[in-house]
Design a protein around this ligand. Structure first.
Ligand code: CTP
Ligand code: CA
Length: 226
């Protein structure tokens, strides 16, 4: 039994969602990554699909998969692969939700063989990854809606609003690590939502499927795009 409200709120809409962590290879057996579970992205994907949307989910390795069988899943590993898959689809999408926890940096060189343990310390040189939401935000058509996420530990509202502007989002969902019941791996979340037109909204601690439905409602409430 699905937890998601069935309906046709997003019928005829094409929705792109990035979700889960990326993995940046160090050598054939090691990588840099993060604690993202992909639970929030999966819940959002299911919510859209259960409202009739055509959902395309760009999914990092190990991320939770959605339940709705109509969702098209594109598995990716690195930030670069996630960018390629996302930019291939971006133009034809109506709504893009950037829920992935993209690694900010990747090793400059990927060793072709397993790195051997030598010496008492080691340094790995990192280079900045492409910012998927920022890059595609620069090419956002007037009819497209972009939704971002921000996970912050301090000065949360300021950082979230700065990202909303900088990345050309219509709406941003803020997760604060200081809120009990919010964070990685959990089945509940507590969020604040800020929109481009200056509205804000705070949720209670709720299961992630209910948070997803709240996010969809706020997307539906955005000023109509022509
Ligand atoms: N994002 C992205 N590509 C990246 C980094 C982030 O698409 N390379 C997206 C995330 O999916 C999220 C939003 O941008 O929707 C904000 O991500 P976040 O990590 O909070 O922002 P950063 O700009 O990376 O800033 P910082 O990590 O320094 O806070
Ligand atoms: Ca980041």
């Amino acid at each position: 039994i699905s937890h998601f409200a069935k309906g046709l709120e997003f019928k005829g809409k094409k929705i792109l969602i990035t979700s889960g962590p990326t993995q940046e290879a160090i050598d054939p057996v090691r990588f840099i990554s993060n604690h993202s579970s992909g639970k929030m992205g999966a819940a959002i994907a299911d919510s859209f699909a259960d409202q009739g949307g055509e959902v395309h989910l760009i999914l990092g390795v190990g991320a939770v998969k959605p339940e709705n069988p109509s969702i098209k899943i594109y598995p990716v590993r690195s930030a670069e692969e996630m960018y390629q898959a996302t930019s291939n689809l971006h133009k034809e999408m109506d709504i893009c939700v950037f829920a992935a926890a993209v690694a900010d940096y990747a090793p400059k060189h990927v060793a072709s063989e397993k790195i051997k343990k030598e010496g008492d310390g080691m340094t790995i040189e990192l280079v900045k990854n492409i910012d998927i939401a920022y890059t595609l935000g620069k090419n956002k058509a007037p009819s497209q809606i972009h939704v971002g996420f921000a996970l912050e530990t301090e000065n949360e509202e300021f950082h979230a609003k700065t990202k909303l502007q900088k990345k050309n989002f219509d709406l941003i969902v803020l997760n604060s690590m200081r809120d009990a019941g919010a964070g990685f791996q959990l089945d509940t979340n507590k969020v604040r939502i800020f929109t481009e037109d200056g509205k804000s909204l705070e949720s209670a601690v709720l299961p992630k499927d209910q948070i997803a439905q709240m996010i969809l409602r706020e997307i539906k409430n955005l000023p109509v795009k022509i």
